[in-house]
Design a binder for this molecule. Structure first.
Ligand code: 13P
Length: 251
């Protein structure tokens, strides 16, 4: 049985004080970690507050990016080794904003996935097509190619513990959610890809999130789909009440 995983992605929002205010708002109200995994992916400068809070709560903490080398002369980058040592659980990689604005390649994302496992954390690997690709009905080919490249050289055990987030670019921050059926269809394509690359058990284990205008009003319908195991949520994860409504969607 796959455990649901709802992750907020704050993107480049909130300073440490705002992070603390958010944590004060969710304190004592998160679901038990064995029921739903609640994760916040935050800017590097906010991670310290989140990690301290997570030590005696059910919150898991994700970085929004890291470099693929553990340390060295890479000015401005974030070390996966340091993230792991400070107590971070997950790292989001391959977000469409990083691919688009910062020119991250499939190869970079694959190297980052390996660096994350090497440092005993888990990756949340994002994939998803543009509106143009969707309109040409090439979304499956596009996403399958992204997944194959991202997972290249990872073991079945590593992929069993990986989270994959399907985020169609046209649904991000636009208020335009993919329908639950469209999201399910693509999450199913991703699971079948993992089955082809690895085996049935690995495909059963890998957790797949949908992301793109997820909010309290649509989370239940999305989570009811058989291949959707969670959500990666931008805008609706910023406010404590909204985040609590998302992670407590089963109540
Ligand atoms: P929104 O939920 O704001 O559409 O953002 C989705 C996203 O990019 C999460 O990573």
């Amino acid at each position: 049985m796959r455990k649901p995983i709802i992750a907020g992605n704050w993107k480049m929002n909130k300073n440490p004080q705002e992070t603390q205010a958010f944590l004060d708002g969710v304190k004592g109200k998160l679901p038990a970690a064995d029921k739903v995994e609640a994760v916040i992916a935050a800017p590097a400068i906010d991670l310290n507050a989140l990690v301290w809070f997570s030590k005696d709560s059910d919150l898991k903490v994700a970085a929004e990016n890291c470099y693929f080398e553990d340390e060295g002369a890479f000015t401005g980058e974030t070390s996966p080794k340091a993230l792991s040592e400070m107590g971070v659980d997950y790292v989001v990689i391959g977000h469409s904003e990083r691919r688009g604005y910062f020119h991250e390649t499939d190869e970079d994302i694959n190297k980052k996935a390996k660096a994350i496992f090497r440092n005993n954390m888990l990756p949340i690997i994002c994939c998803g097509e543009s509106l143009e690709t969707r309109e040409a009905n090439k979304q499956s080919d596009w996403v399958v190619a992204q997944i194959k490249a991202a997972l290249e050289g990872l073991t079945a055990e590593q992929v069993s513990n990986t989270v994959i987030a399907y985020e169609p670019i046209w649904a991000i921050g636009t208020g335009k959610t993919a329908s639950a059926d469209q999201a399910q269809e693509m999450c199913h394509v991703i699971r079948e890809t993992v089955k082809d690359l690895y085996n049935e058990q690995t495909a059963e284990n890998v957790r797949i999130q949908y992301g793109g205008s997820v909010k309290p009003a649509n989370v239940k319908e999305l989570m009811a789909k058989p291949d959707i195991d969670g959500g990666l949520v931008g805008g609706a994860s910023m406010d404590p009440e909204s985040f609590l409504a998302l992670v407590n969607y089963q109540d």
